[in-house]
Design a protein around this ligand. Structure first.
Ligand SMILES: Cc1cc2nc3c(=O)[nH]c(=O)nc-3n(C[C@H](O)[C@H](O)[C@H](O)COP(=O)(O)OP(=O)(O)OC[C@H]3O[C@@H](n4cnc5c(N)ncnc54)[C@H](O)[C@@H]3O)c2cc1C
Length: 458
């Protein structure tokens, strides 16, 4: 099937991908299977995007909004008759305003480009995660992404002051205000943030910025028990006076596995520890920040909480430490069939949860290939990955872990969203009344169910 003629007329033939060219395109970052869709259509402006949606709505054609395709839940998977609506051409980034501390950007702005534009003005865009080089603003907002610095700046939602989105029927809702305070009725922007393209297509946003830090200190710490990890988080928060920006935990199995794959035998710390933490602070006082950071790390050691620590002495060393946390290549090779969970839990439950998950898997599904755990501990967010040699028992693993998350009162999606992969487990984290209310919202805004059908809601 090729693109419908009216859509080609709206965006121009050069901005439509269909036929064989489309079938060569991988579905997304994690799924190398060919993209299934009637066409990818890339409007250049909000009026064009609105016209595309209006046509699709009138003709009952499913629409899959798309940014950088880095989502982890098949959020951009399409059916053969769907139109993929790419926002990549809506990539304009305005000049960051150092006085108002805001910037306006289009949905197609790549996160890293946005970060760099702000940095050039001495400002910080407070969202950062591994897919920064490909993920786009619209995708990050519609999944309410979290990442490495949520501890300090909050999640994607917290960066947004004003938003523009287009409804399924083409109606443009534009509220691009730059005010921190704006209590003028319902806060409609929140409907589109985190709803994964099921309620509308985000086209632009006015973003809150922060002063750009001028110093950065990074350390890797080893801990023998989990309580010591959380105690140190609390003291670091206090001692570093609000400059702590990342506190990333790695369980031993993940840390040792990645270290072996990356470092050719070099070890930042000689001993093995059940838990390692990558900790970073960014501040504004070159004359005192390093010393304060060193003191905080020394206090963790002197108190007996941390068994060892290494402080990065150069940008290269910092990058090497972060690579241990950010690189997933070896893990993807190890876990032939990879199953990952992105969960929120109370800090006090985390160690017990992981131990119980491991015990249950060993008992029920002995062929599982181990458990790798890491996460944004400062946000109560763990990423738990396991794997199987073959896919047959994948659903059993998912059912077991999701039921366990529910028993601990956790969230089945801390930051990656629901998409297709977690849709059938939503009831573990949201009540029947909440899911029914989500459905009523969906019906009200997208009565013909054209926007990302089959995602989020079971
Ligand atoms: C290596 C790697 C590391 C990652 N690390 C993190 C992390 O630490 N924290 C974290 O939160 N996430 C992380 N992610 C996932 C992250 O959520 C996504 O990368 C990102 O938020 C999605 O942006 P995208 O532009 O790729 O969106 P896409 O993947 O294209 O789309 C994501 C979802 O949003 C919808 N969508 C896209 N654009 C729009 C729009 N304009 N309007 C409405 N809906 C839209 C899509 O339909 C889909 O449902 C990681 C991903 C990778 C590959």
């Amino acid at each position: 099937m090729s693109a419908p003629r009216p859509l080609v007329d709206i965006v121009g033939a050069g901005h439509v991908l269909d036929g064989a060219a489309l079938r060569e395109r991988p579905q997304d970052f994690w799924n190398p299977v060919a993209t299934r869709a009637r066409a990818v259509v890339s409007p250049a402006s909000v009026p064009e995007l609105s016209a595309v949606l209006a046509w699709c709505n009138d003709n009952g054609c499913p629409v899959i909004p798309e940014g950088g395709r880095t989502n982890l839940n098949q959020g951009t998977a399409a059916s053969p008759e769907a139109i993929i609506l790419s926002t990549m051409r809506l990539d304009r980034i305005g000049t960051p305003d150092p006085q108002a501390m805001t910037v306006e950007a289009g949905a197609g702005a790549v996160i890293q480009t946005l970060q760099e534009r702000c940095e050039a003005q001495g400002l910080r865009f407070g969202l950062d995660f591994g897919a920064r080089g490909s993920a786009m603003l619209g995708g990050a907002l519609s999944t309410n992404a979290g990442g490495f610095q949520a501890l300090r700046y909050g999640v994607a939602r917290d960066q947004v002051l004003g938003l523009e989105a287009v409804l399924a029927d083409g109606t443009v809702l534009s509220h691009l205000t730059a005010y921190a305070k704006d209590n003028t009725g319902y806060d409609l922007k929140q409907l589109f943030i985190g709803s994964e393209g099921t309620l509308g297509v985000i086209t632009r946003a006015v973003l809150r910025l922060h002063p750009g830090p001028v110093t950065r200190s990074t350390a890797l710490l080893g801990f023998r028990d989990f309580e010591a990890v959380t105690r140190t988080l609390a003291t670091m928060r206090r001692n570093l006076q609000g400059t702590l920006s990342s506190y990333e935990i790695m369980w031993e199995e993940f840390y040792e596995f990645n270290l072996a794959a990356l470092s050719e035998g070099r070890r930042p710390m000689q001993d093995r520890f059940p838990f390692c933490v990558l900790c970073e602070a960014e501040g504004f006082a070159p004359e005192s920040d390093d010393e304060r950071f060193q003191n905080a790390v020394m206090q963790a050691i002197d108190s007996g909480d941390a068994g060892d620590a290494v402080i990065a002495q150069s940008l290269r060393q910092r990058d090497e430490l972060w690579r241990i946390r950010e690189d997933f290549d070896a893990e993807q090779r190890l876990f032939t069939v990879m199953i990952d969970f992105d969960i929120s839990l109370r800090l006090r439950d985390m160690a017990a949860f992981v131990a119980e998950a491991e015990r249950s898997l060993a008992r029920e599904i002995p062929e599982f290939l181990g458990l790798h755990v890491l996460g944004h501990l400062g946000d109560g967010n763990l990423h738990v990955t396991t794997g199987l040699p073959t896919p047959e028992r994948k659903d059993e693993v998912k059912a077991l872990i999701y039921a366990l998350i529910a028993r601990y009162g956790g969230s089945i999606s801390a930051e990656h969203g629901i998409g297709i992969n977690k849709r059938d487990y939503l009831h573990h984290s949201r009540s029947a009344a909440e899911i029914a209310t989500m459905r009523r919202l969906k019906m009200a805004l997208d009565p013909r169910n054209i926007l990302n059908p089959g995602k989020v809601l079971p």
